[in-house]
Write a protein that binds this ligand. Sequence first.
Ligand code: ZN
Length: 243
Amino acid sequence: MEITDSLRFLKQVKKIRQELKYNRENFWSKNKGNFRNNLKTLASFFPAPEGWTLSIIASTFLLDRGEIMPYDKDVWSFVDVVSGTEAQGHEIIVFFNKTDLEFLSAPALLPIVIHEMRHVYQIPQDTKNSILSTIDDELNRELEKDADAEVRNFNDEFRKENVIEKVLFCFDKKGWSGAKKMVDYLYKESKDAFGGGYDQEMTKAEYEAFSEASEEKDIDIFIDFFIKTDHSEKDSETKEKLD
Ligand SMILES: [Zn+2]
């Protein structure tokens, strides 16, 4: 995916922040209905590496019990080499976890798709190390760093969109305690989860905006912070002028 391909998703951000403030119930169900198509559209910007077949699955773990929330640890997505020789074929599989993702809008899905597809492109570059990383934490951290660096090449509003949607979804489902769990995961834990190597997903300023909202018991304070700091419109215009 080129940066220019991402602009049409960047343009959706401003309107979405308003929907997040005024019409969230409809927003979550709309995203759920569009999830399959949104993911297909985003994935279509990432062609399979030459000589490899790429299969994408979006599903849940069959034996999930009870209600799993996005702040729970067992909602991961993954990329794996199914086979990597001439005789067995060259097959890569990508799994997107619906429990973690299906309530998100396309702009909020973008960072996770970029991240996972970067893992896809790591495979032909160094197949052996891609496979070895599953049993080597240091190697794994390098590959995770590389995947998150690619996410950082795109507009920061996409990361912010992922953060605000996850936190508000947990707020709507589980109230302040659920939102707090999501915030703590994004701000404190995600960086070192699964062996680490990830970017911090939430900034200090965003964390503080949540703390203030939580003290005042007014979630709009948190949403307003994201509306106030939204650069999506300006950034998409400047970018289009440059191209
Ligand atoms: Zn990863």
